[in-house]
Design a binder for this molecule. Sequence first.
Ligand SMILES: [Zn+2]
Ligand SMILES: [Zn+2]
Length: 315
Amino acid sequence: MLPGISLIVLPLPFALGSINVYLVQLTGGYLLVDCGMDTHQCFEALWLSLADRGTAWDGIRQILLTHVHPDHMGMAPRLLKLTGAKLLLHVQDAEYLAELAQWEHYRTWVGGVLRRSGVSADLIAKIDAGAHEIHKSFQRLKPDVLLTGGEKILSATGELEVLWTPGHSPGHVCLYARERRVLFSGDQMLELISPNIGWHPERDPLSEYLNSLQELARLDIDLVLPAHGDPFSGHREWIQRTMAHHEQRCASILRLLDAAPQTAAALVNQLWDRRLEPFHYRFAVFEVLAHLEYLERQGKVARREADGVECWLPG
Ligand SMILES: [Zn+2]
Ligand SMILES: [Zn+2]
């Protein structure tokens, strides 16, 4: 693709289909951006791809995770052992991972949020059963470098700047090669998908996401290298489209609440016109909650609780 940067596509066992990891030449060895999921297929695809390039495991000197979702960090423990590389991770995603790794505690918390959002016990049980497989990815990691944003990594083809872009996850980062006008966007920008923005307690993830998009719009970028799908150009148009999408979603929610106060689960059932599998349903509820939190902080909606279930109404 670009000199000093290789895109490696790894297969994923769910609808997203694949994840892109990037091998970037440093002055000595390589930086691997994201790791793929902890599956036999992912491992084999990465191993074959490195062998094709004549790169040995210990050629990878640094591993940077854009964030700690399982398709990005699942294989990290295995690769860190094999390579002896240094791990770079944003401090807020290191903390988030520590919470995810306490699985019993985390799943109880997710179940509680879903119940409060009006999801049936039956569906919560299905969501919980599906999540069990994924949780194996969430192993504690001890980063060698806790990122906060602003760090510079010296690569063979110029500096890579760490940009903290919260929203999709609390400590999501992008890498910006300013001289080459290239952005490694992680899950912050994906050409054909609007990245999932899920609710986190005591945060306003949608607002954080929109703010980080606005910051990216100021940068000169010729090519976006995303974690899923093809590299693409036209980041400013993409950002405009995505911001409009979230505005429309907020408008739809306000319209539905004007018609009748209701739970987040009831909103999901009306906002998505297709039946969602339990795995996706959970993300849809958290996404609607992120929009409700955003609207609540602007005084546009309010919540009322009855029998442990939250009902939303116009503010
Ligand atoms: Zn993600
Ligand atoms: Zn992803």
